[in-house]
Ligand binder design. Sequence first.
Ligand code: IFM
Length: 787
Amino acid sequence: MYRTESSGFAGTGLHHASLLGLSEEAWLMRRKGFRRTANSIQIAESLFTTGNGYLNIRGSLEELPDGHAGGMYIGGVYDRSEADVEELVKCPMWTDVSVWSEGEKFSLSTCTLLFHEQVLDMKKGILHRSTTMRNSAGRILTIESLRLVYMHQIHLGYMLFRITPRNFSAPLRVFSGLNGEVCNRGFFPEERIKHLQIERIERGRNFMYLEMKTRQQGIRIAESASWKLILPKSARAYPEPRIYGEKFTSEMTLDVEKGQSYTFEKLAVVHTSREIPEDRMFRRSICELKKYVRTGAEVHLAAHLQAWEEKWKQADIRIAGDPPAQGALRFNIYQLLINGPPVSGSIGAKFLSSEGYLGHVFWDTEIFILPFFIYNFPETARNMLHYRYATLPGAMKNAERNGYRGAKYAWESASTGEDVTPRFASKLERTIRLIYTGMEEDHIVSDVIYGVEKYFRVTGDEDFLFECGLEMVFQTARFWASRVVFNGGIYEIRRVIGPDEFHEHVDNNAYTNYMVKWHLRLACMLFTYMTKRYRDRLEPICRKIELAEEEVAVWLSVSRGLKFSIDPATMLVEQFDGYFRLRDYIIEGFDRKGHPKLPRGVTYRNIGSTTLIKQADVLLLMHLFPHAFSEEAKQANFDYYEKRTAHKSSLSHCTHAMMGLSVGKRSRAYHYFMKTALFDLENLHGNTAMGIHAAAVGGAWQTVVYGFGGLSIKSDRLVLKPWLPGKWKRLSFSVRWQDRSIDLTIYHDRISICIAAPYDGEIPVSLYRKTYKIRTNRKEVLHYCSS
Ligand code: IFM
């Protein structure tokens, strides 16, 4: 009876209702019903996050039911205060609204649920909610809301909130404001970490203003908002502004009539002192708010939708014939779109969707997430790599602190690039569970450079190399040259953790050593090439970092002499020295959800003494350097390591999907792809409440484009080796390559390709074993056979 499915506020009499209507079903993510457990509430909050990469807001319900972990995060705003290490700060909320009747709040924590649905319109970046509930006095109220932060104007947010009393007429109180009473979650459930202190709170006739400052770093966050009852026009409600500690609340009392809907509108403006000088924040914020109020939401909504349309035009991938895969993939692309940093900045392992992993940046960014941006939005990829350049001084401190030269990128990085990996896995076990990743998971250093090289190869952005990239490549090469040890005629890298974190303090991890070999070779090659072609541009860099040819020559000999081998008899790469001598196990059991079960007798305490691994390690290496390993080696290593992989990391499945495709294990590949694509939608590891797994999201995109699409780029050509699952009728996507835009539609036996370029010419395209010359700016069809 009270099913009020979200309508997108159509038919409400609002001018801009037509802009807000829901998109077609294929673009919506719907979740009906409500479970009162904190876990289930918080899963929905993670999944329904909206944002623009500067400002992201979890999909919490406006009245914040018990167990919620609502939060708004601003990219790059970190603070330490009483936390063990710097963490992403939960910022003051502007989306909280509560409705009260006779002193009782309408909340799903206490009321009887009659209907509840959240709908994320991924095409438009708008979150809708519709709830009908009955309070203890039998009063039934429907609450509908819609909210977003604009994509074209990253500092502005918008919300509509509508209430409809279903079976009563009575006075109601409706509160909304700016809530500075927010704390980060601490380690223990009751522990809260306070990063913000109040600086200024102001009210005017039509606005509210709250300015807070992070306690350790002193970053100010200014928020202003206007909150109004806009419909019905005849209704009157007078806001009473109230300040409760660090919370500004505008309270309205209105006499509601049964069956009548009342719509409120909130416009919000958010800035930090990184963009505006502190002494001008109040004026700027209020001026922007006034301008926003004057312009009205309609103009902004239209621009917002236009910005989303452009994003999707570039980034959408269409899979015909497999709606579950299509739906999951769209969700993953949506997550990538709302997390691209609009200015220099990076992406944390949980995006801006929660405080999980403290908002820190890991290798997940360059290896799993960056490729999406390189191929779709190179400007955003540049912003991400620029963050690594800006944190190079921090990386140099990390190296120095550990007795090395050059720059050592932090395993976990935040505002400065100095390592912020927590030292202890658990406060309770301070002395027993030390975290070694910060000290030993050094492959991150070359993973960042892998990202730089890929960016350069695909975009051809030489300016980035001269402005930032070369310094990064050289300083990190310098680190490795000081980190290796010379032993019996070869170089070794001792005491590391590879991507497989079950094995700590190992020597010569194959992934790390190979990456370093490649990295040092790249550094030498770039130095030689740039000396020949651009000596005048290279010289100032060499002078700045005191780099001479002799040092570069040493890098080359380290690269050549660094330990790495494949057993010619088995074609296997040993994951690290002594790995093959460990107690050997293979995974044979799977739980109800299809997760590998640890064999009897193996626990997380003794797993390091077995051959079981947490996530793809050698296989990831082979995926990252597909042309460096023979088909035979890939096959042998896939067969060996897959059986020993527990997939206890969200980074593992996509690698297995792509490697599975490359060795012809196609149905396994599809299975792994779906696991990656549904990782959070199905809460695969049971921790989606703590945020979205950004690497799995990037991995899902890679699996489709690199895996099923079979796309890669060599210096002068496009390489395609597609293969589509039986039920896929077609796969279409676009990528950017230097100044070209490539549209591909792949069928089971042919591809249709159009390379749009600013000139007419021919581009070599290899499709399996044949190479074609494709004319730019026209559609061509090429036939292939993938078996
Ligand atoms: O970077 C990963 C790591 O590889 C496995 N544990 C989680 C980290 C963050 O996603």
